[in-house]
Design a protein around this ligand. Structure first.
Ligand SMILES: Cc1ncc(COP(=O)(O)O)c(C=O)c1O
Length: 471
């Protein structure tokens, strides 16, 4: 064998230990300082994308530059190039300022870079993730058979639910796909659902027409009578209903569909019952609020996004189900190159993904550091923030269109403040706060959501000032 030494490892990619430690400490400091500036600065991006594209041309990747220069440049551009979720005046979509334990989890995962496809590659992380899954399932009131996994987001978890429902509804689905069914497949959720369900129907191969959007009750909740009618009509027309999806915390208005009535309707027709609690599922953490989700325990499967109200870093959802064997059937595979092949244990045999990042560590460390009590207090704090905003807006002549017990308002400005979309554009452009326009039960509303865990009364006042300023 040739005993000549191999070329050195590439130092720009694999610096020596002392450089690594030095740059790592420097980076931590830079990030902390940037975070403090972000929290005090404008919420909306101020960077010019055209200029940025020109600047990017400098990176032709022929002339390497020192890593620290590239890091400094990246942090600066991040400070001006995104809507700042870490800013406590971000009252926007369900994107959190990430909690610190979850940030630590990402650092740990980045260094060890464990492969969570297989229990042989990562025996302890796989056990840790299923411990967290069981703890959350218990909290939701599911029985001891409950299992599941971490997914990249609510959309993946919801996709998993549809695949389980299809697999359970027809023995031949896994082989023949949608044509195994005697007629066109249908599944049901309210017209206020998260509209990724359309993409999910497309991905699953049953077609977007499989999604039957059921009417609401005038207050943003699925109408159970309309649901029953829809199922009966579809069956009479030769379609094959497979799943009812109740949303626990709608995206626009934070409304909770009537979970028991939806579960009854699903049972009556022998269908899979899924609860999409992507955002609202966080209420399970609070002893005071968890009763709002009464009926969730009857679900065949549940989606909860830890990266929404539980404030982990992005890409951390939970899929929970009481049908472990069906989950394994939906994702079974067989190959000789994987180091283990344990159905019901190995994540690659139970999930959409194959190679998997250590997602569950984010929620594990948040729970380990704060406990249910701490996470529950974080969720209750969001509700308290929204309560203050509600009161203040009512005092300023606004009305509130949604009657959600969760931390989101669908707020209607008085006529003198003008059109909702123009008002939201003004507020966002001012950089003082960030809110979104949406429609709720057919009306244009300003959607205001408490999603940052560090919002103070001063931030609430800044939001109210920005919202109530006349054009
Ligand atoms: C109710 C609901 N379901 C699903 C999703 C999709 O989740 P994700 O963005 O994590 O894929 C969202 C996102 O806001 C949601 O509000």
């Amino acid at each position: 064998m040739n005993q000549q030494p191999l070329p050195d490892a590439i130092p720009a990619l694999f610096p020596n230990p002392s450089d690594r430690a030095r740059i790592g400490s420097w980076l931590s400091l830079q990030l902390e300082e940037a975070l403090q500036r972000i929290q005090a600065g404008p919420v909306a991006p101020s960077g010019d994308v055209q200029k940025f594209r020109i600047e990017l041309e400098r990176f032709d990747f022929n002339t390497p530059q020192p890593l620290q220069d590239a890091l400094r440049w990246t942090i600066e551009r991040m400070e001006h190039g995104i809507v700042q979720m870490a800013n406590p005046r971000y009252f926007g979509l369900f994107n959190p300022g990430a909690n610190f334990p979850a940030q630590c989890a990402d650092r740990i995962a980045a260094v060890f870079n464990p492969q969570l496809a297989s229990s042989a590659s990562s025996p302890l992380p796989v056990a840790l993730e299923s411990h967290v899954i069981r703890a959350v399932a218990r909290r939701a009131g599911m029985d001891d058979t409950a299992t599941g996994h971490f997914a990249t987001g609510g959309s993946e978890a919801n996709f998993t639910a549809l695949l389980c429902a299809l697999t359970g509804a027809c023995a031949n689905f896994s082989t023949a796909g949608a044509r195994a069914f005697a007629g066109p497949v249908k599944f049901y959720t309210s017209r206020d659902c998260h509209i990724a369900w359309l993409k999910i129907a497309h991905q699953a191969g049953v077609g977007r027409a499989a999604l039957h959007l059921v009417g609401t009750d005038g207050a943003g909740r699925m109408d159970p009578q309309a649901l029953l009618r829809a199922m009966a009509e579809d069956r009479a027309a030769g379609a094959v209903p497979v799943m009812v999806v109740a949303t626990a915390g709608t995206t626009g208005g934070g409304m909770i569909d009537p979970l028991h009535a939806c579960a009854d309707a699903a049972r009556q027709h022998g269908l899979w019952f899924h609860v999409d609690a992507a955002w609202g599922g966080a209420a399970l953490a609070s002893n005071r609020l968890r009763g709002l989700l009464d009926g969730i325990e009857r679900a065949d499967s549940i989606t909860i996004d830890a990266h929404k109200w539980l404030a982990t870093t992005m890409g951390c959802a939970l899929f929970l189900t009481t049908h472990g064997p069906l989950l394994s059937e939906a994702f079974h595979a067989s190959t000789s190159f994987m180091p283990s092949s344990l159905s019901g244990v190995d994540p690659y045999l139970n999930t959409v993904q194959w190679s998997r990042r250590f997602l569950g560590l984010r929620l594990f460390l948040a729970l380990a550091a704060a406990g249910w009590e701490g996470l529950g207090a974080h969720v209750e704090r969001g509700v308290a923030v929204i309560e203050r905003i509600r009161q203040s807006l009512l005092d300023h002549g606004w009305s509130i269109a949604n009657d959600s017990p969760l931390a989101v308002l669908a707020a209607v400005p008085p006529a003198e403040l003008g059109d909702v979309r123009a008002l939201v554009r003004r507020v966002v452009a001012s950089g003082r706060a960030w809110v979104a326009p949406t429609t709720f039960e057919g009306r244009d509303v300003v959607r205001i959501c408490a999603t940052n865990g560090e919002t103070t009364m001063a931030d609430v006042s800044a939001l109210i000032a920005a919202l109530t300023e006349r054009p």
